[in-house]
Ligand binder design. Structure first.
Ligand SMILES: Cc1cc2nc3c(=O)[nH]c(=O)nc-3n(C[C@H](O)[C@H](O)[C@H](O)COP(=O)(O)O)c2cc1C
Ligand code: SF4
Length: 670
């Protein structure tokens, strides 16, 4: 498709946008509690590639709520000024999202937050219902933060009225149980938002842009028709210069940040409807990955500007590469949510599963990486994500790279995993890596199993071992590792490798999936079986279906929802496998004795245990050569660790001096 509309300028209030591509607000953890150099560099890199507008992450306007970036105090304006100075050479406008969480989180000092009512929030927090004095103070806080943003040189602000936070709670008929002029009919429930917007308008200049983010959500009862009415009220008083429409809340977080199961534009059924009444520029979002997709919704008249958050986390240079006709070089966001929202929720800092530079004090753009002065001969063993990324970045730095892969194709375990339902876009990243490796001139040798002697024969200066891992098949389970289930050698006991390799499931009606890992792998196995109308009993030793690092990706609840739609599933948490017999799996609660064992019908048993690293080559070579051990061969984990370690190993290969006898040999740490 010819791109045209997407590159047309547009004005939002007094802010002129050079094109229609925006990065909506997204928490980074890099401004806690004040703007850092890391934060500035993160945004600068994306400005340099042509993003027209960035909306800085949701940040608190008042200490009665908690998010680390604070929009008050002495350090705010100097921080803004440093940011704006850094992006000055580029044509990117910057807005600040103004936020209060209401009953979502505790206040900054850990006390109950200020809220609309005493209805508990999504995490069960009961806050302090605000009286008139608190309401006034908050309205003033929103306006003061807007004024400080203007003083700091920003181009506008956006009031966060979506995702179940305070203003959304005011609009919600379920959370807003007030009987004063802020509760009851929609006109009253929207009053707080209107007061906030009026106060902001009074405090900022006429060219300073003001917008609002709104979004429907089932669990708070905020419907599309309510929001259309709210937009009309707000626009009736000319309070906003643009509207940003989204979807979802903390009960349906996957609607806020959609996963692999969501198609591009997954919010449009709701957001485009809401935005349709607006007379100011409309900003829409939802897993857009290419400028073509964004162009399409502008051409269709659904939006005026399009946000691409994760797409530009994964590749800061998306716009530049597309403009230069190098669209196939854009590193794809695979919608795994592991590094970005998952990273933020787990470790307080945004990262990216496919882009190791995010959240690191390192060049954000490959374009800024310099060629080495003294290229080395580097051998990479293994063509999974870790080996591919290691080969890519090593070659990009100018080294001579040979990659050996034992199989006839590249991609490693991802080529299997992508066969599971709702996981196919996982394969996009290995496909991209494969293309890049060839583009950078890596000498790829497929179907070539190498041992230590073969590697020595290549006379490499450095070696990267990315040989991955294999299912352990010895029956070791996390609780009681000294105990091996009887019968695990029976032919109907499978690994996920067997399962996704299209093992014969003809005539199978029941299966037990036993999981000791807690990653998405088990959910993928369950869905794979259920799609074939097989009744599944899911056994794990945890309290939840998955570990917290997968819960934080917001992809597990939608998977469970699909399970219920597909058929029968029973879940036995805090259990382990003790015996397998033909047609039967015997399981036992981890906290109970053998008298509590249960026999479950199982035509097949899928046993998911921690893999064994294939690290033999590393130990054979490490006393002779500089060897880097990465990915699952270092420790079996997931694609984010694999790519990160591949990247870091590639960056670690020296090239500033001629080759010396002094070598650095180590596994790669995060
Ligand atoms: C790491 C991360 C943090 C986010 N933080 C915010 C936020 O602070 N405010 C907000 O309104 N939306 C936030 N979002 C939602 C995004 O603005 C956007 O709506 C969502 O990522 C879907 O767009 P995408 O598919 O282009 O990523 C966040 C998303 C991510 C991935
Ligand atoms: S972590 Fe996954 S979802 Fe998030 S930006 Fe990176 S690839 Fe996309």
């Amino acid at each position: 498709m010819a791109l045209g509309k997407i590159f047309e300028p547009i004005s939002i209030g007094g802010a002129r946008l050079a094109n229609r591509i925006v990065r909506a607000a997204h928490g980074t953890g890099m401004a806690s509690p004040h703007i850092t150099d890391l934060f500035i560099e993160y945004h600068r890199a994306r400005a340099a590639a042509g993003c027209a507008l960035s909306i800085i992450e949701a940040s608190r306007v008042h200490p009665s709520t908690a998010l680390d970036f604070q929009l008050y105090g002495d350090q705010l304006v100097p921080g803004y000024q440093r940011l704006m100075a850094a992006i000055r050479p580029y044509d990117m406008r910057v807005f600040q999202q103004l936020w209060h969480g209401g009953n979502t989180y505790f206040a900054l000092d850990g006390s109950p937050p200020w809220t609309v009512s005493d209805v508990p929030g999504p995490l069960g927090i009961v806050g302090r219902t605000m009286g008139n004095a608190e309401l006034k103070e908050l309205v003033n806080a929103f306006a003061s933060s807007a004024a400080l943003a203007e003083e700091g040189g920003l181009d506008g602000v956006e009031v966060h009225g979506a995702h179940g936070y305070l203003i959304h709670q005011f609009i919600s008929p379920f959370y807003n149980t007030r009987d004063d002029e802020y509760g009851g009919p929609l006109e009253n429930r929207a009053r707080f938002l209107l007061e906030v917007l009026r106060a902001i308008r009074e405090r900022v200049g006429p060219s300073f842009a003001v917008g609002v983010r709104l979004g429907a959500s089932r669990s708070s009862g905020v419907t599309e028709s309510m929001l259309k009415r709210v937009i009309q009220m707000v626009e009736g008083e000319q309070l906003i210069d643009y509207v940003n429409v989204t979807l979802g809340d903390y009960f349906r977080q996957d609607e806020i940040v959609g996963g692999m199961h969501n198609p591009a534009g997954y919010q449009l059924h709701s957001s485009a409807d809401v935005a349709s009444v607006s007379t100011v520029p409309r900003l829409l979002t939802g897993r857009f990955r290419t400028l073509e997709e964004a162009e399409q919704i502008i051409k269709d008249g659904q939006a005026d500007v399009v946000s691409m958050v994760r797409a530009m986390i994964a590749d800061p240079d998306l716009i530049r590469k597309t403009r230069e006709g190098r669209v196939e070089e854009v590193r794809p966001c695979i919608a795994c949510n592991q590094g970005c929202i998952g990273g933020l929720l787990r470790s307080g800092k945004v990262g990216c599963a496919v882009n190791a530079t995010v959240g690191r004090d390192i060049e954000q753009s490959d374009r800024e990486i310099e060629l080495v002065a003294f290229p080395r001969r580097v051998v990479v063993v293994g063509g999974g994500p870790a080996g591919l990324e290691a080969a890519r970045i090593t070659a990009l730095r100018g080294h001579h790279v040979t990659l050996f892969e034992a199989l006839p194709h590249l991609g490693g375990t991802v080529t299997l995993a992508r066969r599971a339902p709702a996981l196919h876009t996982l394969g996009d990243i290995t496909h991209w890596l494969e293309q890049e490796v060839f583009r950078h001139g890596v000498d790829v040798r497929l179907s070539t199993y190498v041992d230590a002697a073969d590697i020595r024969a290549e006379c490499p200066h450095e070696v990267i071992i990315a040989t991955g891992s294999i299912p352990r098949a010895d029956g070791v389970q996390v609780p009681f590792p000294g105990e091996r289930p009887e019968g695990i050698d029976l032919p109907h006991v499978l690994t996920t490798h067997d399962l996704f390799s299209n093992v014969d499931l003809e005539g199978v009606s029941t299966a037990v999936v036993v999981d000791m890992v807690g990653h998405y792998e088990a959910l993928a196995a369950i869905e794979f079986l259920m799609t074939r109308r097989i009744k599944v009993t899911f056994v794990n030793y945890m309290h939840n279906m998955v570990r917290p690092h997968i819960r934080s990706t917001w992809r597990d609840d939608p998977a469970v929802e699909r399970f219920y739609r597909k058929g029968e599933i029973e879940f036995l948490p805090q259990h382990r496998l003790v015996e397998v017999r033909p047609g039967i799996a015997v399981v036992q609660p981890t906290e109970a004795d053998a008298s509590h064992r249960r026999c479950i019908g199982a035509d097949r048993v899928v046993l998911i245990t921690q893999n064994k690293p294939l690290d033999g080559l590393y130990y054979e070579l490490r006393d002779e050569l500089p060897v880097h051990l990465v990915g699952d061969a270092n420790s079996p984990r997931d694609v984010q660790f694999a790519i990160t370690e591949g990247y870091l190993a590639g960056r670690r290969i020296r090239g500033d001096k001629p080759v010396s006898a002094q070598f650095q040999t180590a596994p790669i740490g995060r």
